[in-house]
Design a protein around this ligand. Structure first.
Ligand code: PMP
Length: 301
């Protein structure tokens, strides 16, 4: 496989030449924002929703993206096309850009816009069939009044610490609690419980990203007639849930079968989780931006 072509502020450059300045405040301070999207069979799933979240994060940190949302969507499509991908992961990164060594972001005149499209690193199917063991970790979620987790910022150290604690506990993912002990989310995914046929997820004001997969899953579940409630819950509620699963662009819908060594439900992916895994996989080729519309053949004609 040849080198990927990376979009960097107006140009496509080979991966080996795609470099940022050591004075870039994204590198020096985590000053920037990002998005992660998936392409399924040439469809950038919920492209607009991801871009809107990106522009909202930018507004919150007072970073002016020097492109309209339409222009950014077009270069994203172009990046997928140039790399000849039909199924891919897209990483959009907007850093504050190069400035001086001080914190002041107003020394950074040119935000760096980076788009990487690459093969998706899929989780093994076995994890979806058997489910994940996870733990809760001592590291708490950033409080919304300190650094709001709704901002998808380049400052992911909170999440990295959680990943370290998960790996040291011998599992792949972990749950963060907020400063009051309520469950927030995983290091890179939102959490759902199923109890007595009802779906429960924490409200994002507790300290969680407004996940696009979370939103999709809530819509799918409601359409199937399930009651969905956003309410705070504790570790105890997770231990005694009938089912538990995580959601995210990369992970999609992934079952959890134990938390802190407590078996959830009967220790296998539950029926509601399985149903939602299936439905999610069905909708991802719809509702997005087609990368290769010229190649869509109308076979019903
Ligand atoms: N929470 C965090 C902290 C994340 O990084 C992600 C992944 N972007 C999610 C939740 C899931 O969000 P989405 O469904 O939009 O990918």
């Amino acid at each position: 496989m040849g080198e990927r072509l990376i979009y960097m502020s107006g140009k496509f450059v080979p991966q080996s030449e795609a470099k940022v300045s050591v004075f870039d405040h994204g590198f020096l301070y985590g000053d920037g924002i990002f998005e992660g999207l998936r392409v399924y069979e040439g469809n950038i799933y919920k492209s607009r929703e991801h871009l809107i979240r990106l522009y909202e994060s930018a507004k919150s940190i007072m970073l002016d993206i020097p492109m309209t949302i339409d222009e950014l969507e077009e270069v994203m499509v172009e990046t997928v096309k140039k790399n000849d991908l039909r199924n891919a992961y897209i990483r959009l990164v907007i850093s504050r850009g190069p400035g001086d060594l001080g914190l002041d972001p107003f020394t950074c005149k040119n935000p760096e816009i980076i788009i990487i499209a690459d093969q998706v690193r899929l989780f093994p199917q076995e994890l979806y069939d058997k489910g994940l063991d996870i733990v809760t970790v001592p590291t708490r979620r950033n409080t919304p009044d300190a650094l709001n987790p709704k901002i998808k910022s380049l400052n992911y150290l909170n999440n990295v610490l959680v990943k370290i604690e998960a790996r040291r506990a011998g599992v792949l993912e972990a749950l963060m609690l907020n400063h009051e002990g309520y469950v927030c989310e995983g290091s890179g995914d939102n959490i759902f419980l199923v109890k007595k046929g009802k779906l429960i997820t924490p409200p994002t004001y507790l300290g969680a990203l407004e996940g696009i997969t979370r939103e999709t899953v809530m819509e799918l579940a409601k359409a199937k007639g399930y009651e969905v409630v956003e309410t705070p819950f504790t570790r105890h509620d997770v231990y005694v849930a009938d089912e538990c699963f995580l959601t995210g662009t990369a992970a999609e819908v992934i079952p959890v079968i134990s938390v802190d060594d407590r078996i959830v439900g009967d220790g296998t992916p539950g029926p509601v989780t399985k149903e939602l895994i299936q439905s999610y996989r069905q909708v991802v080729t719809e509702d997005g931006r087609q990368v290769y519309p010229e190649k869509v053949v109308n076979i019903t004609a």
